[in-house]
Design a protein around this ligand. Structure first.
Ligand code: GLP
Length: 247
């Protein structure tokens, strides 16, 4: 733990994505019933297309796996093309052999939001817990939709998105002002209970945040810094995202 987070630096975002896809395939080979935690965002798109291509070549099998995604926009139904659920369908689920009943997602359109969050926590618990959680990194240090704040929520919860996060998600909605103001997200304890975590960050825009996450204090002002408290976290970077850390 004293050594801090373990960092791996790859030449390009594509080589990081290829290596992570292989690591996921390996985890599924070792335990076909693996429970995977998955992120959305631009960063994992090359990872998902690599997994789709590995599936076409018979190199990965999702038939007995289960997945839990980190978060979803509040008020957006699963079938809405702007939802994270639809994003995952387009980028991964439509292209691999993961049975629909083994895909778990927060329903952003649930009538009773508190009950929906509790349902999700129970489903994760019943599955036996997340074996491998893949994370992206918001430029403001958020993971899932756990935004910088004076205090963080431990469990799956309803949360308010910062203007920066709404801007970062503008592509899905056409413009930042159309991005929902609230979302549902796994909490920090939910994430930190995963047995193994790999955070993937690529590009120059993440370099400053990566440096603070790796070397800075553990603070709710940078939710990703809480990963320092976990015994099995790896931070996988391309050269640009690693610019602020010495490895
Ligand atoms: C989004 C998601 C996060 C994701 C992050 C980074 O808002 N809720 O789970 O990790 O932003 O996105 P990107 O990979 O596009 O930089």
């Amino acid at each position: 733990m004293a050594d801090g987070l373990r960092i791996r630096v790859f030449t390009t975002p594509a080589s990081a994505a290829r290596a992570l896809a292989r690591a996921i395939a390996k985890a599924l080979e070792a335990n076909p019933r693996s429970i995977l935690g998955l992120p959305t965002g631009r960063t994992p798109i090359p990872l998902y297309s690599e997994l789709a291509s590995m599936y076409r070549r018979g190199r990965v099998d999702f038939s007995r796996a289960q997945t839990f995604n980190l978060d979803e926009f509040l008020g957006i139904a699963p079938r809405d093309p702007r939802s994270y659920r639809a994003f995952m369908q387009r980028h991964l689920f439509d292209h691999v052999n993961l049975p629909a009943r083994q895909i778990h997602f927060l329903n952003g359109a649930a009538r009773d939001v508190a009950a929906e969050c509790a349902r999700y926590e129970r489903a994760i618990g019943r599955s036996g817990g997340i074996d491998l959680q893949i994370l992206g990194l918001g430029t403001n240090g958020h993971i899932g939709f756990n935004e910088p704040a004076p205090a963080l929520a431990a469990r799956t919860h309803r949360t308010t998105l910062s203007p920066a996060t709404r801007r970062a998600n503008a592509a899905l909605f056409g413009r930042a002002s159309a991005v929902p103001r609230e979302a549902l997200s796994m909490g920090m304890a939910t994430i930190l209970q995963a047995r193994r975590i790999v955070l993937l960050a690529t590009g120059r825009s993440k370099a400053r945040c990566v440096a603070r996450m790796v070397r800075g204090p553990v603070t709710p002002r940078l939710p990703a810094s809480f990963l320092q408290l976990h015994a099995d976290v790896e931070v996988w970077l391309d050269r640009a995202a690693a610019a602020g850390v010495e490895v």
